[in-house]
Design a protein around this ligand. Sequence first.
Ligand SMILES: C[S@@+](CC[C@H](N)C(=O)[O-])C[C@H]1O[C@@H](n2cnc3c(N)ncnc32)[C@H](O)[C@@H]1O
Length: 284
Amino acid sequence: MNYQHIYHAGNFADVAKHLALLQCLDALKRKNKAFFALDTHAGRGLYDLHSSLARKTGEAQNGILRLLERGRDERALAGYFAALGARAGRSIGRYPGSAALIGDALRPIDRAVFVELRPVEARAAMRSIHSAGHIRVEAADGYAALKAHLPPPERRGMVLIDPPYESIDEWKAMLRAFSDAYSRWPSGTFLIWYPILHAAQRRGAHERLESLRIPKMLSADLTIHDDAATAVAGLAGSGLVIVNPPFGIEETLRAAYEAVHRHLSPEGAGYVEIARLTPERVAQ
Ligand SMILES: C[S@@+](CC[C@H](N)C(=O)[O-])C[C@H]1O[C@@H](n2cnc3c(N)ncnc32)[C@H](O)[C@@H]1O
């Protein structure tokens, strides 16, 4: 396993994923009842965007750092910037990944489990995540954790599945694990992130997700490069599917993604598309 998220932390795809994550957490907090959050591929919690590894790719520079320079006044991004600021103060030197964002969002009644396969990343997460809620970091396989932790006793909550997609079998493993997790907990909100490389691959990703015949899937895609060519250097876009999406997220996430697109897409390339992938009910 070679993947290290420090090279990509704070890129436009992280921004897209974290915007959706925060909107789901906000929705869960609208009720006074405890919730559970499971982050199956949690990473290390905090990322030093000024480290030589982060600077090597320049992805954060073209992502969150540019957005902070140009998009500060975007109302649709205010909650996201507040979540980053709460953690980082004035400087965004230490960018909060999904685990830190979830940790910061928990109330004392809530609970989260963060799972990360690389022991060094898991140890860093243990050191950096502080929370009012109850948290646990496990150095383990995220797919096995779905079996171990679902359904949770709280009965409400969310799961983030954010694998590195470095192996060609990742899609297969992810779909199998997600389908089993959904059958254990059909009322949970699931966020599944995947890379968009080009248009045909994106269509294929949607088809694979649709073929699971799971209702209430919302797809939230943000591309910042032209995805018609099959040879875009790096990522063309960020793909996300939200199963059992919170009420109203279609509009709020679209506004946020359009703001990101305005500031991060070179010459307006790419698009925002937020649409129902599967209906309220699916015939089995
Ligand atoms: C895309 S990164 C996660 C980023 C993080 N979710 C965030 O948004 O800040 C994927 C992470 O999964 C870890 N990983 C790879 N295979 C894993 C597995 N089978 N189970 C759990 N974690 C895994 C990698 O070490 C890496 O830290």
